[in-house]
Design a protein around this ligand. Structure first.
Ligand code: AMP
Length: 248
């Protein structure tokens, strides 16, 4: 069984992002970039399925600038067999889903695992749109995945409990935090990953039009928090809540 995983290059989760002065987006110049955290989980799950003998080949796909090759190399160091870099910048989720569909049509995987969301745009749309474009069943926010024959059983944490779904393969899954803990890559694996095959292509070569009907109007920082005050006793606190904040 072939598995396809989508990995996005995003600002590292530990970086405090800054908004560009013209409010057109987040400043990524000289900022540490990494694989999107949920995509590490997606890759880890595919690798575990390969280690179990369920999956035989893992193809990692990234849409992004030339530097997204690093993200693909990380996926390959974790255990993906090869990478596909689709060179394009600032694609919206629908455009990414269209690109992924074109690659799925070509590669014919039985299982596609993407992250539940990219931590930069927090869209949480790509997996769902891809499943719709392919007309495949989908299970989002997976916290447990079990493949048996031509079916996959997926557990999802939902409000107040768990839901278990059974999907006929081929299917699209999106990975949630509880699914697994991604492995750290070791130097020999990083070295091996440098030699794994990496194909480069462009949306136009895949016949995909990435034009979008969506425009980011403005990106702004959250308002700065006002300084707090210390109150000497409970009576003063109650008085302030009642007469100043007017919340009680
Ligand atoms: P989003 O819908 O943008 O929150 O992204 C959800 C998931 O889709 C991510 O976790 C990735 O697995 C995948 N994805 C989104 N954008 C890209 C991209 N540019 N390249 C590769 N995968 C992507």
């Amino acid at each position: 069984m072939k598995a396809l995983v989508a990995v996005k290059r995003v600002v590292d989760a530990n970086v405090k992002v800054r908004v560009k002065s013209d409010q057109s987006g987040v400043d990524i110049a000289n900022v540490k970039m990494s694989m999107n955290s949920f995509d590490e989980i997606a890759v880890e799950e595919a690798v575990r399925l390969k280690e179990k003998g369920t999956v035989t080949e893992i193809v990692a796909v990234s849409c992004g600038p030339a530097k997204a090759e690093e993200t693909l190399r990380t996926a390959m160091a974790m255990g993906a067999d090869r990478g596909v870099l689709v060179e394009a910048e600032d694609l919206q989720p629908l455009a990414v889903a269209k690109v992924l569909k074109a690659i799925v049509d070509k590669e014919q995987p039985q299982l596609v695992i993407v992250g539940k969301q990219a931590i930069d745009g927090d869209n949480g749309q790509t997996g769902q749109m891809l499943a719709a474009l392919l007309d495949w069943p989908q299970a989002v926010s997976a916290s447990k995945v079990e493949v048996a024959g031509d079916k996959v059983k997926v557990t999802r944490e939902i409000d107040g409990g768990k839901e278990t779904l059974e999907l006929a393969l081929p299917a699209v899954l999106t990975a949630d935090l509880q699914l697994n803990e991604p492995r750290h890559t070791k130097l020999p694996d990083i070295m091996k990953a440098k030699k794994k095959p990496l194909e480069k292509t462009k949306p136009a070569d895949l016949g995909v039009d990435t034009a979008s009907g969506l425009k980011v109007v403005k990106v702004s920082e959250p308002p700065a928090r006002k300084e707090g005050v210390k109150v000497p006793d409970v009576a003063t606190l109650v008085d302030k809540l009642r007469n100043e904040a007017k919340v009680i």
